[in-house]
Design a protein around this ligand. Structure first.
Ligand SMILES: Nc1ncnc2c1ncn2[C@@H]1O[C@H](COP(=O)(O)OP(=O)(O)OP(=O)(O)O)[C@@H](O)[C@H]1O
Ligand SMILES: [Mg+2]
Length: 301
């Protein structure tokens, strides 16, 4: 990690890996859906092999390999600047790694192409919200359907038969998502008037509108209060459990990670230092060192 990146360390939840008490932020969500998802874990849906990514002199990722099985919730954790978002950006075709390969459902991603990756069934939320602030909740979630629309702009603008029928079908999907995320009261509210926690929920809705098989979530709970985190945890678990959606989650809150993950991959300075079930990873000496190092840096030791 660069010194510039380590300067940003205080935001990392450096104290959490050793915290025995489950964080109040994630009081048990309804039932135990992570358990049932784990039972259903299937064949690998995403295979990352020996991926390395460099930005000039910065080695963001170095020789990273891991696989995600269908229906799993896999968390990627690590201190600030560890390469977590870069990893998601490689998976969804925003960045092209200089080395290594990524395969989705057995198909190798040869060139970076986010639209193709979306069509292959990958939905994504971003660390910094990717919403249209001046548009309503409904319009933002509808935007997530755009890549599935078959009728051209001309037919849509004229509201001719096929375009009308298509719009009705897309609206039905969007309305179901709005119900699922319990955001009906705000469906006609412009997004920039919503509190941050609800905006994050709308961003999840936009990603769900793509009806993804694989959902990539980059810090979906960052900046949320306890109640908002509980809600978001519940939605992530429900998406996984009810729809069987595979989830790759980046999260700094170790309470959340320990509660909802089937498996955890830990990155530090662009390298993978651990990969395993949450209980195993939390006791891993390299992981403790990475976080203790981060804690010391945050204190200015
Ligand atoms: N587009 C870019 N151009 C240059 N450097 C980049 C770019 N994106 C990321 N980096 C660098 O790559 C490294 C990994 O960054 P990345 O954003 O993947 O980390 P992260 O683990 O997501 O951190 P955080 O927890 O702060 O979000 C950092 O040193 C960062 O400065
Ligand atoms: Mg990041």
């Amino acid at each position: 990690m660069s010194s510039a990146a380590s300067a940003a360390l205080p935001r990392a939840r450096v104290d959490m890996p050793m915290d025995e008490t489950r964080s109040a932020a994630v009081a048990p969500p309804v039932g135990a859906p992570a358990e049932s998802a784990r039972r259903r874990a299937g064949a690998p849906i995403l295979v990352v092999e020996n991926v390395s990514l460099r930005f000039g002199g910065v080695q963001a990722l170095q020789d990273i390999s891991f696989a995600v099985r269908e229906h799993e919730i896999l968390s990627i954790i690590g201190p600030n600047g560890a390469g977590k978002s870069s990893m998601l950006n490689c998976i969804n075709g925003v960045y092209a790694p200089q080395q290594g390969s990524i395969a989705l459902c057995g198909e190798a991603l040869r060139r970076p192409n986010p639209h193709k990756v979306a069509r292959m069934g990958v939905g994504r939320t971003f660390q910094n919200l990717a919403l249209f602030g001046g548009m309503t909740v409904l319009q933002n979630i509808m935007a997530g359907r755009n890549f599935r629309m078959k009728c051209g702009i001309a037919l849509q603008a004229l509201r001719l038969g096929p375009a009308n029928r298509e719009e009705v079908a897309h609206r039905e999907v969007v309305e179901r998502i709005i119900d699922f995320l319990e955001i009906q009261p705000w469906r006609h509210t412009t997004v920039d008037r919503l509190p941050y926690g609800l905006q994050k929920r709308v961003d999840l809705g936009r990603a769900l509108a793509m009806q993804p098989r694989l959902l990539l979530l980059d810090e979906p709970m960052a900046g949320m209060n306890v109640e908002e985190k509980q809600d978001m945890c519940r939605f992530v678990l429900d998406v996984n459990d009810e729809f069987g959606t595979t989830v790759v989650l980046i999260e700094h809150d170790m309470g959340v990670v320990m509660d909802i993950s089937d498996r955890v991959v830990v990155l530090d300075y662009g390298r993978k230092i651990a990969d395993g079930p949450p209980q195993e990873v939390r006791g891993n000496q390299d992981v403790l060192r990475a976080y203790l190092g981060a804690a010391a840096a945050a204190r200015g030791d």
